[in-house]
Design a protein around this ligand. Structure first.
Ligand code: HDD
Length: 716
């Protein structure tokens, strides 16, 4: 980094540039706080060795515990105070460390240091989350996923606090507490957990048409991603990028998953609540431990200042997206998540994001939702992390030096030297000093936007069209995705107790999106729907695009089987060579073959070999894997066919549109389970070579989409 040329009038050159950052710099910064007890004695927090950690101090062996027992009291006291308030939203999350590396095209858009050098790796910490549920809720609920990235740049921390959907439920931050109160578990009985399928949510959103677009996104399969590596991320708001000449451009940020987009199936997601409530966080953890790192590309949509008003919506309205077909996404860098945290609480729980954490080269727009967030995130940390010193918590510290005159308060750890905690001062040599003029010296300078307006409590008319982009989203979905959305509305509304709320959604909201959508959901609820679009949708501006293919999950299917988990079903008598061959072929394509057997006891191969199971049929059910291969071997196939769990395994996989292959005698299981054969996605063959290529090609499409609808007949 260039030496800061600014010199302080009182005491010579500033030295804030004498530090080095690279991919490891955040980890090195955390090192001094890491604690490893290996080889150490057990002591109190104040250093006294503890000789007996099993018995409290008592008056006699069977007598009462004594107040004097300082070690007991300290231990209990600390334990009693272990919890901090969970986040009011996004309480459940999982995070990972990694780095961001820009491509060579990023610097032209922004002067931010992290974009300047394609050789430079900036450390990041990313926390993924659900929104509605408590910290202990399920991973795979229908919900928005938070996607919050902390970039530890040379110039300070930049937080890109986004979601996996590009729009939001409300337009003005003043409605955020109302929205959150409506979606959270209901206040009288704290039900339901992790879900929007309840009266208060549908009451609120049906009275707030601006939520229509975002609700539609959450009713799509985007509401339950298969893996954090399989979802897109969005900064949502329009921000600004400032280049070296000081030119401002509007920008929307995107994260594009290199592994493609894939979601669960609703029935599968629900079953996972019980089978593996940690499904998403476990997959991320295990993949990182296995070296299968999580990768995204950062993309931007850039809009020149003079084009601000050239869209059929207002780019300051956070319920609108800029279709990629209108402004293409330029990829400007890559992020790799490659290290799990050492400690969940210290890192994932204590990390504090704030959209207001920006660095020179990145600035805000006047989006009224963003403006409100700039207050809320700092404010919430006061309660959650116990005061204004949360920036001292290791995970939150920038990697560059930071000095100012902020002092004291709860839990202060910095020992500030010197007498002057004010500026200007002459007692401490004028330090710490400002760095004017900002643009030359790396100081943050807010974009000099001209504002000439009345102070007014109102919403711009340009925010008035709540339906055109919802219709655009609907029109851009494939038939399968549309069916899933119809089923989602029908399911959610079936959980709403008050009939008039269901009717309001079906008759007054859905027809504005699409009449067929309304009709189909109406049919499921016995509610009549209009035959023409209601006045609001008719009168307002229309999207200039009929469809935006980029809005379909199918637009970014992986096309390969990398990172896929495939269950290989076996029992005693299995053809062990086949099992080995399948595992090797899967591994060669970056997938993982997991041997799933009736028990964890070593499985006897047909020719006397031993196959070691990775899991049991009910310990790794079909919902926990992406596809199933039934291995051959007479005795094995018979045992699996006679097992209820074995038959259920393939039935359930069929129901969830999974690719199923069966080798040799393994085909018996499909017959025993009444799984239809002779159709797409059911791959049969005598040898592993016969089945593997068609199996791999089918799995590259994630699921067997042509089976949708028919799969509902499967009773599993
Ligand atoms: Fe928010 C947390 C994303 C609107 C107020 N928000 C939070 C997190 C994410 C988002 C990912 C979790 C961060 C973490 O992992 O710790 N929020 C968004 C997005 C929004 C949005 C993409 C709209 C575009 N949020 C929003 C508004 C407000 C808040 C309008 C208030 C006016 N959000 C909060 C919060 C949280 C939060 C209450 C809870 C915990 C925290 O901040 O640190 O302040």
């Amino acid at each position: 980094m260039a030496k800061n040329p600014h010199t302080n009038p009182n005491s010579g050159e500033a030295n804030d540039t004498d530090f080095k950052t690279d991919e490891q710099s955040k980890s090195e910064n955390l090192e001094k706080y890491r604690s490893d007890a290996t080889g150490h004695d057990l002591r109190t927090n104040h250093g006294t060795r503890i000789a007996d950690n099993h018995n409290s101090l008592k008056a006699g062996e069977r007598g009462p515990t004594l107040m004097e027992d300082f070690a007991f009291r300290e231990k209990l006291n600390h334990f009693d105070n272990e919890r901090i308030p969970e986040r009011i939203v996004h309480a459940r999350g999982a995070a990972a460390h990694g780095y961001f590396q820009p491509y060579d095209n990023a610097a032209q858009y922004s002067k931010a240091g992290l974009f300047q050098d394609p050789g430079k790796k900036t450390p990041v910490f990313v926390r993924f989350s659900t929104v509605q549920g408590a910290r202990g809720s399920n991973d795979t609920v229908r919900d928005v996923r938070g996607f919050a990235t902390k970039f530890y740049t040379d110039e300070g921390v930049w937080d890109l606090v986004g979601n996996d959907m590009p729009v939001f439920f409300i337009q003005d931050a003043i409605k955020f507490p109302d929205f959150v109160h409506a979606v959270k578990p209901e206040p009288h009985n704290e039900i339901p957990q992790g879900q929007s399928a309840h009266d208060t949510f549908w009451d609120f959103v049906s009275l707030m048409p601006e939520s229509t677009h975002m609700v539609l996104w959450t009713m799509s399969d985007r509401g339950f991603p298969r893996h954090y590596r399989n979802m897109e991320g969005f900064g949502v708001h329009t921000f600004r990028l400032i280049d070296k000449q000081g030119t401002s451009r509007f920008v929307k940020f995107h994260w594009k998953p290199l592994a493609g987009t894939c979601s669960l199936i609703w029935d599968e997601a629900q079953k996972l609540w019980g089978r593996d409530p940690d499904f998403n966080r476990r997959m991320m953890w295990e993949d990182i431990e296995n070296g299968d790192f999580i990768e995204f590309e950062l993309g931007i949509q850039v809009v020149e200042e003079e084009d601000e008003h050239s869209f059929d919506f207002d780019i300051l309205d956070p319920t609108k997206l800029i279709p990629e077909e209108v402004v293409p996404v330029t990829l400007i860098g890559k992020m790799v998540l490659n290290r799990n945290p050492d400690n969940y609480f210290a890192e994932t729980e204590q990390v504090a994001f704030n959209p207001g954490h920006v660095v020179p080269g990145i600035d805000f727009s006047n989006d009224p939702l963003l403006q409100g967030r700039l207050f809320s995130y700092l404010d919430t940390q006061m309660l959650r992390l116990g005061g204004p010193n949360f920036h001292e918590i290791p995970i939150n510290q920038p990697v560059c030096p930071f000095h100012n005159n902020q002092r004291d308060s709860m839990h202060r750890q910095t020992i500030n030297k010197g007498q002057a905690s004010y500026e200007p001062n002459s007692i401490d040599g004028g330090w710490p000093s400002e760095t004017p003029p900002a643009p030359e010296n790396g100081g943050f300078e807010s974009y000099h936007e001209r504002i000439d307006a009345h102070k007014i409590r109102a919403r711009s008319d340009s925010f008035g069209d709540h339906y055109s982009q919802a219709t655009l989203f609907w029109n851009s979905q494939t038939d399968v995705e549309k069916e899933h959305i119809i089923a989602a509305y029908a399911f959610e509304l079936s959980k709403v107790q008050r009939p008039w709320l269901r009717e309001r959604v079906i008759q007054e909201i859905l027809p504005n999106i699409d009449l067929e959508l309304a009709r189909r959901v109406g049919e499921m609820h016995g509610v009549e729907t209009p035959s023409s679009k209601p006045a609001p949708a008719e009168q307002l501006g229309k999207s200039s695009l009929a469809e935006s293919p980029a809005l379909s999950l199918m637009a970014r299917l992986p096309g390969n089987i990398r990172y896929r988990k495939v269950a290989i079903l076996v029992a005693d008598g299995v053809d062990a060579e086949q099992v080995e061959a399948v595992k090797q072929k899967l591994s060669a394509e970056g997938a993982e073959g997991l041997v799933v057997a009736p028990s964890m006891a070593p499985v006897k191969g047909a020719n006397g070999q031993t196959v070691t199971p990775d899991a049991m049929l009910n310990g790794m059910p079909s919902v926990a894997v992406d596809a199933v291969i039934v291995a051959g071997g007479d005795q094995s196939a018979t045992a699996l066919s006679e097992s209820g769990l074995g038959r259920y395994y393939v039935q359930e996989a069929y129901k969830h549109l999974k690719v199923i292959a069966a080798v040799g005698e393994g085909q018996e299981l499909l017959a025993a389970a009444n799984v239809p054969t002779g159709e797409e996605g059911i791959v049969l063959g005598g040898t592993v070579d016969d089945i593997f290529t068609p199996f791999s090609q089918a799995l590259g499409q994630h699921r067997v989409w042509s089976r949708d609808g028919k799969a509902n007949d499967m009773p599993a």
